[in-house]
Design a protein around this ligand. Sequence first.
Ligand code: PDD
Length: 278
Amino acid sequence: RIGFVMGKFVPLREAVIPVMDRGFLFGDGVYEVTAVIEGRLVDNDHHLRRLDRSLAEIGIANPFSIEKWTGVETELMRRNELRNGLIYIQVSRGVAERAFQYKDGLEPTVVMFPQFNRVQSNPVIKTGGRIITVPDLRWARRDIKSTSLLAQVMAKHAVKQAGVNEAWMLDGDEITEGASSTAFIVSASNELITRNLSQDILPGITRRTIIEIAKRHGLTIVERPFSKADVLCATEVFYTSASTIAVPVIEMDGVSVGGGAPGPVFRSLYDAYLQDVM
Ligand code: PDD
């Protein structure tokens, strides 16, 4: 695999960054994950705009223009013959003596690489996935796509131990979002419900596109917090992310949800999404 590391295209196995990088020492950086489907970057401008916002929120100057980012992404796809998978981008504040306070004007460290997992033919789309709930242990600025991911690493380890597909995180009684996805339910009155944007959750790019498609399909969309009890009486339950598109959920904490099978609202949104990108 060829990556793009500190300004150069290099075989990933040989790529190194300095140990004094603040991304390594402090998790002082942000990232993006963009899907590649049939050779095309999906919603890439929105991902790059969110990257720009994450950087601005933590006071790192965006090192590249949109054109430069897209150019490197395209070159990575070409060099790796990547037609289906993901492009990972990470920008950290840079290399400096270890100190919490940072100097302005450090040169940000850019690391990019492809991943080859095929986004669009996950068998769980047909069978439905299972989730557990875990406490949301993250910090108070979850709208920033920070590389400090310890709470999510712990949630995903619980996912592995439980033998399920994803964890939904709880702030009190309310679901915030998935460990690496946005949470959706369809209510008995056929409303598509997902948490409103705020500092409590990441503004998911797939969330944005799915809402756009749902509007086109004439669905009523309600952006508000919802609880575990709401999930238990939902007719459909699913989550979205760049790395999965959307996954229907048929079980939460060992209890059947969403009618126990992928539902028609999920199916139509998923199909429309794929049709839009292909
Ligand atoms: N994660 N919420 C969290 C906490 C996430 O980490 C992600 C994505 C999402 C969905 O956002 P989007 O639709 O823009 O991918 C929501 C990526 C895929 C990851 O960390 O690998």
